[in-house]
Write a new protein. Structure first.
Lengths: 496, 123
């Protein structure tokens, strides 16, 4: 039996499909080639696979069908916010004035684009209650870097470069400690308490004269709101530090609170999470950063200036209060196509709509929690925010692990949730349904998960064997990490 | 005589005279799953008790290793660079991480003995 399943093909590499006898084109023999190419002329085989046109087309169409996406089904990856990308956004982004724009064209010819950047900037400042925003960061992680660079710049400006310690909770995204370490800060981990929140006493204990700041995700990666956030920000500022907020989960609180009111100094916003621009390979990402008054003058250039309807990019630092800016983060002005999509999302929802998006995201997650809590084990008691975290307690004594359970979901037609993250919960399963799933869609997902849990007792072997309906079943993740094969290795293509 | 102590973060230290051999417990290696990468400290560097000194990466997660005692690194297990799976196969002997010159034996009182550690992990 071959490894194709149904009409889903086990697609080989082009090099494994083709051979030197076939070709998709019929080119005439060039004349005087050796003369024209001189020493570069070679008529030996170059090792490229020969394929006909239909073979080539099939190869790429089959590959494209392997790309699981939010357009194909529920994508419950916790912490990722895989929500629907409205088609209206795409229509707007394809307007010629936006799609054909070039970053080097004269300012007078792109006033509309600058107006849009100015408009989205003002929406982001309003929604976050912050003093300033930079639109240039290319994605969330670069946004983090940008925010922390501003904090570093502020410390340098106060001659406080001895402040080297950045505190990061143990439930944080891995990018947080990586960002701080990349900038030369020393990272110290602060513990979570039994409720899945930052242990305030541990936070307090770790503050000393070298304290530079703290990086907090709120709601955090356990899907819980950090209720001590105001206490934390007050102590942070009293101790001479800055509060960075990882805005990855801002989609749970838009219109419900303003981060500026919590005392946050800098926060990135993932447009691809909160404001529905495409995600992952469908990107690119975009990670604008908002700043408090404390950090405003340290943020990067360029900024868009609106002088009575005449727009300009502030390139000169003179007289604009930007003399303490850390300069440019990127060569150009950011992901214009994403700004258009996000702006389209904001305008089509309106302020009330954006608030409802957050409410529905939280409602959907809690609907899952309430419908599954007698089968799976929620990691924490009580309501969650936009995502629900389960531990692997429900798998105890079944011999089935979180990974097996996730693989079994694939056979049931569902992309698994995020697993083994956050690290503070044993065998974690983190589910984020997002607001774009209907009750019908959630009910189907719930009944599938309930059936899977019920099957654990009678047939745990099937979990170990899953997935069975995919062309490639289990990948050897260990060998892939220990001895990765990073390129196709040439075995001479044999003429047959 | 060799004494063995445990930390709540699942490291062990075998103390022999003024030196200590450090590794992770069987429980830790099972919980981590297949280990794929180990980052060890450099020889000659000193660490305080409880400081993160190494990183172990498995298919599930990257975990920091905290030094069970203060002192200077005098030797590291270089065979782990090529074959990190040794830790899964034999965490208590061949899978040791590094050897440390202990500067303050009093600190070992902060650690657990085998009985206390087994109680922690519920054996």
């Amino acid at each position: 039996m071959n490894s194709n399943r149904g009409l889903d093909h086990d697609e080989k590499l082009l090099f494994e499909v083709g051979d030197v006898n076939r070709t998709g084109v019929d080119l005439s023999e060039p004349e005087n080639l050796s003369q024209m190419l001189g020493d570069s002329f070679s008529d030996s085989e170059i090792g490229l696979a020969g394929l006909s046109e239909p073979e080539t087309v099939r190869h790429y169409v089959r590959l494209s069908r392997k790309n699981y996406s939010i357009d194909a089904g529920l994508y419950p990856l916790g912490s990722c916010t895989m929500k629907h990308n409205p088609r209206l956004n795409e229509k707007m982004a394809r307007l010629e004035g936006f799609s054909e724009i070039h970053p080097l064209q004269p300012i007078s010819t792109c006033q509309g684009a600058l107006e849009l950047i100015d408009l989205i900037s003002s929406w982001l400042k309003e929604l976050t209650g912050m003093a300033a925003v930079t639109m240039t960061p290319k994605a969330g992680a670069q946004g983090e870097l940008c925010g922390m660079m501003a904090i570093k710049q502020a410390l340098l400006n106060k001659n406080e470069s001895h402040r080297k310690i950045v505190l990061v909770p143990d439930s944080a995204h891995g990018t947080n400690p990586a960002t701080a370490a990349f900038l030369g800060f020393e990272v110290k981990t602060i513990k979570s308490n039994r409720e899945g929140l930052i242990d305030f006493d541990d936070f307090k204990k770790n503050i000393d004269k070298n304290f530079a700041g703290v990086m907090i995700t709120n709601p955090n990666t356990c899907g819980l709101f950090e209720t001590d956030i105001v206490k934390i920000s007050e102590l942070t500022h009293k101790s001479g530090g800055y509060l960075y907020c990882d805005g990855a989960n801002f989609n749970a609180v838009v219109g419900k609170l303003k981060p500026g009111d919590l005392g946050i100094d800098a926060m990135h916003i993932n447009l691809h999470k909160t404001f529905s621009t495409p995600h992952g390979g469908g990107g690119p990402g975009s990670g604008p950063v908002v700043f408090s008054e404390r950090l405003e003058k340290f943020c990067p250039t360029p900024l868009v200036e609106n002088d009575k309807g005449e727009y300009d990019l502030i390139e000169s630092l003179d007289g604009k209060g930007l003399s303490n800016s850390f300069g440019r983060l990127n060569v150009f002005h950011g992901q214009m196509g994403m700004f258009v999509r996000a702006m389209s999302y904001m305008l089509s929802h309106g302020a009330d709509g954006l608030r409802q998006v957050s409410e529905d995201a939280v409602l959907n997650a809690n609907y899952l929690r309430a419908s599954l809590n007698d089968r799976l084990t929620p990691a924490f008691e009580g309501y969650c925010m936009h995502e629900i975290l389960f531990s692997d307690d429900f798998l105890k004594d079944t011999g089935v692990e979180t990974l097996d359970f996730a693989k079994a979901m694939i056979d049931e037609g569902y992309h698994p949730m995020t697993i083994y993250f956050p690290l503070v919960i044993h065998g974690a399963l983190l589910v984020e349904p997002t607001e774009t799933e209907s009750k019908q869609s959630l009910d189907h997902f719930i009944s599938t998960l309930r059936d899977l849990v019920d099957r654990l007792k009678e047939d745990s072997d099937s979990f170990k064997a899953a997935p069975v309906f995919t062309p490639i079943r289990r990948l050897d993740e260990t060998q892939a990490a220990r001895k990765p094969i990073l390129r196709w290795k040439e075995e001479p293509l044999i003429a047959v | 005589m060799t004494d063995i102590y445990y930390t709540k973060d699942h490291e062990w230290i075998k103390v022999d005279g003024g030196e200590g051999l450090v590794g992770i417990t069987s429980y830790a290696s099972e919980q981590l799953g297949d280990i794929v990468f180990v980052e060890l400290p450099q020889k000659g560097i000193s660490f305080d008790q409880g400081k993160d000194v190494a990183v172990i990466e498995s298919v599930k997660a990257a975990s920091e290793i905290y030094s069970p005692a203060s002192g200077e690194i005098i030797e590291t297990n270089s065979s782990l660079e090529e074959n990190p799976e040794i830790i899964n196969d034999d965490p208590l002997v061949a899978g040791w991480l590094y050897k440390i010159k202990i500067i303050n034996k009093e600190e070992l009182k902060n650690l657990m003995n085998e009985e206390e550690y087994n109680k922690l992990i519920g054996v």
